[in-house]
Design a protein around this ligand. Structure first.
Ligand code: CP
Length: 301
């Protein structure tokens, strides 16, 4: 297995399935002392609630200690220290680094300049592979399979890194995709080419209602405000979709609504109590999956 988790494409189908099976073990076993004596660094150069706190919880539930920061203003980066020097320093203190950074490729760069495993907890609009593993885990949990699942990805498919990683991971399992997005936020061409080369079917629409009843997984996403250079452009698109309970009549019985969270306005709260809403359980799964990721990268599973 690859030493670091940078891109979901670095992992084979078997390696992905192995991590999912370890995550299942972690969910069943709960806390342990597996990583007693180890130290995990969580370096967040961008805001996060779920990813940071679930990685920290995962490490602690396995008996490891955690160091790190969630605000670069309190670090020497604010004095001009480079990413390179920061990573080199921290890698001398800990056994594994989990990092989120606004620049695409930052986690790959970090993994190349230090000798310990690095986990990409999100790099710009590029990849969010630990989110993808928890999404796969949740799809398996709710559908009983990963093969031949119909996934409708909705919202900001241009800047949303979670949909980019998920699409690539699911390509191992004969999926079909619906991409629901306004013209300006459509799935980038490179990802559509990726699917075409593998013969994976997809269709595109800008209508949320058009294919709501044609999917097993409705994967809602937020419009990524932080990736827009023009605030007026964000204002134009921020409320483009809003899923409401009344819109769910006729959806597949097995359909589950996922969302990497945070949500802003794209899922109304009246959806939360329907049998289709699964996003909070999905976020909980992140803890088990991140326990598995740390254990696997450190060679314990
Ligand atoms: N899903 C996700 O990455 O959430 P956070 O930004 O809160 O970590």
């Amino acid at each position: 297995m690859s030493k670091s988790l940078i891109s979901i494409n670095d992992f084979s189908r078997d390696e992905l399935l192995h991590i999912l099976s370890v995550a299942r073990e972690m969910e069943e076993t709960g806390s342990s002392k597996l990583l007693d004596g180890k130290v995990v660094a969580c370096l967040f150069f961008e805001p996060s609630t779920r990813t940071r706190l679930s990685f920290e919880t995962a490490a602690k539930r396995l008996g490891a200690k955690v160091i790190g920061f969630s605000d670069v203003a309190n670090t020497s980066i604010s004095k001009g220290e480079t990413l390179k020097d920061t990573i080199k320093m921290v890698s001398n203190y800990v056994d594994i680094i989990v990092m989120r950074h606004p620049l695409e490729g930052a986690a790959r760069y970090a993994s190349e300049i230090c000798d310990i495993p690095v986990v990409n907890a999100g790099d710009g609009a590029n990849q969010h592979p630990s989110q993808t593993l928890l999404d796969l885990y949740t799809i398996l949990q709710t559908q009983g399979r990963l093969e031949r699942v119909a996934v409708n990805m909705v919202g900001d498919l241009k800047y949303g890194r979670t949909v980019h990683s998920l699409l690539q991971a699911l390509s191992h399992f004969d999926p079909e995709f619906i991409f629901t997005a306004p013209e300006a936020l459509r799935m980038p061409a490179e990802y559509k080419t990726f699917l075409e080369k593998r013969g994976i079917p997809f269709l595109e629409t800008d209508s949320l209602m058009e294919h709501l009843c044609d999917c097993d997984i409705l994967y809602m996403t937020r419009v990524q405000q932080e990736r827009f250079s023009d605030p007026m452009e964000y204002e134009k698109f921020k409320d483009v979709y809003r899923l409401e309970r009344s819109m769910l009549a006729g959806v597949r019985e097995n359909m589950k609504i996922l969302h990497p969270l945070p949500r802003v306005g794209e899922i109304a709260e009246d959806v939360d109590n329907t049998p289709y809403a699964y996003y909070f359980k999905q976020a909980q799964n992140g803890m088990y999956v991140r326990m598995a990721i740390i254990a696997c990268l450190l060679g314990y599973r």
